[in-house]
Design a protein around this ligand. Sequence first.
Ligand code: SF4
Ligand code: SF4
Length: 83
Amino acid sequence: MALMITDECINCDVCEPECPNDAIYAGELIYEIHPDRCTECVGHFDEPQCVQICPVACIPKDPAHPEDRETLYQKYLRLQAAG
Ligand code: SF4
Ligand code: SF4
């Protein structure tokens, strides 16, 4: 699944530069994750980097975007090919 950021986000800015897919961006009120770019860090790291670094643990899996590991890996390959 892609991950999502909940309204507990305190806009601390630390997750955005950690994302290897440039999936995190500053939304209108809080940071948000672009589901087409989030691979749960599959292809880059063993663990989601944003989840590791978020001080308030507000980045759960997004139930609106169910994807298995193979699907996430295929997304990673597409993103790599697109540059
Ligand atoms: Fe980016 Fe990885 Fe977090 Fe997804 S899990 S938003 S790819 S840092
Ligand atoms: Fe929000 Fe967590 Fe990212 Fe900080 S690390 S901006 S609290 S989602």
